[in-house]
Design a protein around this ligand. Structure first.
Ligand code: FAD
Ligand code: NAI
Length: 463
């Protein structure tokens, strides 16, 4: 009889966990995955990436019809919102994709253990009262919403991202607390559908972690779209009477308090690693000061046979980062050499236009050495201009001595797609000259990347 029930047991079936489980099974390991949700796919497929993009896509069409962008191209329509149908297509997208993971589990012979997993020892977990043993256990339990102290999320007037995806009617006034990725994406959805949106951000600029020029430009574009910003401001308290919330605001640096009322408040001030109920103490595994599980470069924790990946470990909380770590951890467990290059992880905000970046910001790059920067505005890109998409730019940051590209940032309608090229170039160690001398199809938005690369050492053609 085998010493363990499974070679690999993954806890959590988000993009990190389900990918790790499938790859482990593909590599011939007997694999199970414990998931406590009703459906597979984790935060990303159920209440994150996928439903938010379904609403962003649909609301973008609505906005284009309502704000005159379609009329500009000779298509005159007066849109009527059927919010229930819009939610319906969101639910369909989630259902199809989560069902798809269930199909992949069956196809690859991954056993889904339904229920919450908790450690008994380093090779044993309990799932729904059943003890299961495995030679290797991968913690992929993801993250949950960071609460605002003293504020209760009722998912009606005061909502988190999950509640903001399900609102049954368009709020009159939505206040978004936190000008990060969730606030800007979901704030955009409801602004497009007719809500007045105010974003309260603690820092003096939105989108922390993004390049400084990008943050400023994004702020300008969102303001133009009608989102009101209260930067350098903190919310110190919220009361709700069940239909209206009243917030107390104070300047972050201290000063006089003001109040703000809204019929919907979205709390989006970050997410935190989820180790709730895992009983890590039973295996002697402690978390760091931010509640995360620490690992080495191979995703091993300090406990032999226990590994961790995705949002529960340090690094950007992104689905593709979790997925790549899922592949790498399975390969490492199988004795191969799974690697994730954490220096080249793209980040995309799926607003209009999209905002994307990979590698170092100009600020960080300058801290590390001398750099050269090339920029090219989308207004001078023929395709963007033809499509009436003049906002944004591409910025390339290269090492001043070697010309190696260390960061690429873009605001453009399709920046999320464009950034893949930049990530690949950086993964291959490209110089700005390599990009500048690569033939790009015309007319495409990607030509702006080529021209920004030309601007690093010389002159672009079209400005
Ligand atoms: P998760 O997806 O959080 O999955 C962990 C799973 O583990 C969950 O299903 C949970 O139920 C399960 N679990 C936890 N504890 C246990 C236990 N003890 N036993 C059994 N199961 C357990 N990222 C992007 O890259 N692009 C996007 O566009 C994007 N959009 C987002 C939009 C929103 C609104 C949100 C909230 C997040 C978004 N993200 C996006 C972030 C992305 O969802 C996460 O980075 C990603 O889901 C992390 O994957 P994971 O596998 O580490 O964890
Ligand atoms: P975030 O970290 O992106 O932004 C949170 C913002 O809230 C920050 O700007 C912070 O300064 C501000 N803040 C914190 N406390 C505050 C307070 N008391 N008052 C006012 N502002 C305050 O976090 P967010 O938007 O909640 O997203 C969580 C994670 O989900 C992100 O880290 C991101 O990686 C992931 N995500 C990714 C998406 C994508 O890739 N497109 C989409 C949505 C989420």
């Amino acid at each position: 009889m085998a010493e363990y029930d499974y070679d690999v047991l993954v806890i959590g079936a988000g993009p990190g966990g389900y990918v790790a489980a499938i790859r482990a099974a593909q590599l011939g390991l007997k694999t199970a995955c414990a998931e406590s949700r009703e459906t597979l796919g984790g935060t990303c497929l159920n209440v994150g990436c996928i439903p938010s993009k379904a609403l962003l896509h649909a609301s973008e069409y609505f906005d284009a019809a309502a704000n005159g962008a379609m009329a500009k191209m000779g298509i005159k329509v007066t849109p009527e919102l059927d919010l229930e149908a819009m939610h319906g297509q969101r639910r369909d997208a989630v259902k199809q994709l989560t069902g798809g993971i269930e199909f992949l589990f069956k196809k690859n012979k991954v056993t889904w253990l339904k229920g919450r997993a908790a450690f008994e020892d380093a090779h044993t977990v309990t799932v729904a009262d059943q003890k299961v043993t495995a030679k290797n256990i991968v913690i992929a339990t993801g993250s949950t919403v960071t609460p605002l102290p003293g504020v209760e999320i009722d998912q009606k007037v005061i909502v988190d991202s999950t509640g903001a995806l399900e609102l049954p009617k368009v709020p009159e006034h939505m206040v978004v607390i936190g000008g990060g990725v969730i606030g800007l994406e979901l704030g955009s959805v409801w602004r497009r559908l007719g809500a007045k949106v105010t974003c309260v951000e603690f820092l003096d600029q939105i989108l922390p972690g993004f390049d400084g020029d990008i943050r400023k430009e994004a702020n300008k574009i969102f303001k133009k779209q009608g989102i009101e910003f209260k930067l350098g401001t903190k919310v110190t308290g919220i009361t709700s009477d069940g239909s209206t919330a009243t917030m107390t605001l104070e300047p972050a640096a201290g000063g006089e308090a003001t109040t703000l009322t809204a019929d919907c408040v979205l709390v989006s001030i970050g997410r935190r690693a989820n180790t709730d109920g895992l009983a890590l103490d039973k295996i002697g595994l402690s978390t760091n000061g931010r509640g995360q599980v620490e690992t080495d470069h191979d995703f091993r924790t300090s406990v032999d046979g226990v590994w961790a990946i995705g949002d529960v470990i340090p690094g950007p909380m992104l689905a593709h980062k979790a997925e790549d770590e899922g592949i790498a951890v399975a390969e490492n467990i199988a004795g191969q050499h799974g690697i994730v290059n954490h220096d080249v992880i793209p980040s995309v905000v799926y607003t209009w236009p999209e905002i994307a970046g990979v590698g170092l910001t100009e600020e960080l790059a300058r801290e590390q050495g001398e750099v050269k920067v090339g920029k090219f505005p989308m207004m001078a890109n023929s395709r963007a201009k033809t499509n009436h998409e003049p906002d944004g730019f591409v910025k390339i940051i290269a090492d001043a001595k070697t010309d190696r590209v260390v960061g690429v940032w873009a605001i453009a309608s399709v920046a999320g797609t464009m950034i893949a090229q930049a990530a690949q170039a950086m993964e291959f160690g490209a110089t700005s000259e390599d990009i500048a001398y690569t033939c790009h199809a015309h007319p495409t938005h990607s030509e702006a990347i080529k021209e920004a690369a030309m601007a690093v050492t010389g002159k672009p053609i079209h400005i």
